[in-house]
Design a binder for this molecule. Structure first.
Ligand SMILES: C[S@@+](CC[C@H](N)C(=O)[O-])C[C@H]1O[C@@H](n2cnc3c(N)ncnc32)[C@H](O)[C@@H]1O
Ligand code: SF4
Ligand code: SF4
Length: 377
């Protein structure tokens, strides 16, 4: 990392980039409601220039996402440019278009990781993804990569009432295809999922998901990658994060999202409301460096927090957890009902903090008098 990047207070360590809005599926849960290609998507030249700029700004991990990224023809060139620029390339796909030729490309490009979305048993996955054969093709995509033996890939599952009771079956299928890593996140009420609001987990079902993750971690048959919107503090939340302090959402501080027509947000999962500017109007660097942008994280005050989080002792550390989850549930950046600390507390369960978390809490509360003013990382 260059000296200049090291001196920056904020830099986009991890960027998730929707390289196209086109999609070969119309998933019920899709947080961006992807479908048709936008009429004004970045050209190849603009996209290449953006990769170069991001690499220069210190981006260490760039994820090609979508829509369905494999529908954009120049995805291999974009991935190669990322690697040539010194960053790690990742890709998230629904797996539908993956065949042996594409797997050859995955192998040649040497992605750091390829995520394949996998949401349930055959009928459930096909229902959620609104496309026949989507289960078979996603499974086959993982099988092909697994057979090569040298491609790093993982499965990604978003959990709602549509698939919560299929966790064990999903795990078994993943193990059978030789998948070693499983990322699990809670489905948020964004995009098309807003029309399925009754399918979003309720706080009484949420602990079941947390218990399942703890069970799988303990069992150790597959690596569990816990999504940013699960856990936080509390007895089980802390256990889920292996006793490490959870520092909440880094959107606009270390994380950035970019849409296929150049809109910049702190995180691609956030709704349009969080757009900060378009790279066609000012460069990504100008948008990133604008002191008026990403204020919800860069200048976070305890007065910004609501109901669930307002009086919470962890607020200076956690800042309300995943901003997208909180915003989608309560329209506030830091008022998050999906928090194991609050859920346990409401049930009369409270655990002592471990030494590391306790000393951090002592430190911030002494320094800030319990108030979060500007949080600097
Ligand atoms: C937007 S998709 C883009 C890549 C590709 N089309 C796919 O489905 O894998 C990226 C990931 O976000 C997940 N996702 C979409 N909507 C979501 C939501 N409302 N809540 C949580 N995850 C969601 C998808 O299931 C997928 O794993
Ligand atoms: S989740 Fe992925 S595959 Fe499904 S509609 Fe959205 S972008 Fe397409
Ligand atoms: S109540 Fe809010 S601030 Fe407290 S731990 Fe939970 S999500 Fe974090």
């Amino acid at each position: 990392m260059s000296q200049e990047v090291q001196e920056r207070k904020y830099y986009p360590h991890a960027v998730v980039w929707e390289i196209t809005f086109a999609c070969n599926m119309r998933c019920l849960h899709c947080g961006t409601a992807a479908g048709q290609k936008r009429s004004d998507e970045l050209t190849h030249e603009e996209a290449i220039a953006l990769v170069d700029e991001l690499c220069g700004l210190g981006a260490q991990e760039i994820t090609l996402s979508g829509g369905e990224p494999l529908l954009r023809k120049d995805w291999p060139q974009l991935a190669q440019r990322i690697i040539d620029g010194g960053s790690k390339a990742y890709l998230i796909t629904n797996g539908y278009a993956v065949d042996e030729k594409i797997v050859d490309e995955f192998e040649r490009i040497n992605f750091t990781n390829i995520g394949v979305s996998f949401d349930g048993t055959e009928p459930t996955h096909n229902h959620i993804r609104q496309r026949e054969k989507s289960f078979k093709r996603a499974k086959n995509a993982m099988q092909m990569m697994s057979d090569r033996g040298n491609i790093r890939f993982c499965a990604i599952t978003q959990v709602s009432n549509m698939n919560l009771n299929e966790m064990d079956e999903i795990k078994q299928i993943l193990q059978d295809v030789g998948c070693r890593q499983w990322r699990i996140q809670m489905t948020t009420s964004t995009g098309r999922m807003k029309e399925q609001d009754n399918m979003v987990l309720t706080t009484d079902k949420f602990p079941y998901l947390v218990d399942k993750l703890l069970e799988y971690k303990e069992e150790g048959k597959i690596d569990i990658d816990v999504g940013e919107n699960i856990g936080f503090y509390g007895c089980k939340g802390t256990q889920l994060w292996d006793g490490k302090p959870y520092f909440g959402c880094f959107a606009g501080m270390r994380v950035a999202g970019i849409t296929s027509n150049g809109e910049v947000r702190g995180c691609l999962s956030m709704p349009e409301y969080f757009n900060e500017g378009n790279i066609r109007d000012s460069s990504f660097t100008e948008i990133w460096d604008d002191p008026n942008n990403f204020m919800y994280n860069r200048v976070f005050r305890s007065s910004d927090a609501g109901g669930w989080c307002k009086e919470c002792k962890y607020l200076p550390l956690c800042r309300g957890g995943c901003a997208t989850t909180s915003f989608s549930a309560t329209n506030m950046r830091a008022n998050n009902p999906y928090c194991m600390y609050q859920i346990e507390k409401a049930n009369g369960i409270e655990c002592e903090d471990n030494e590391m978390i306790q000393s951090l809490l002592d430190h911030v509360h002494k320094q800030l008098g319990g108030k979060v003013e500007t949080v600097e990382k």
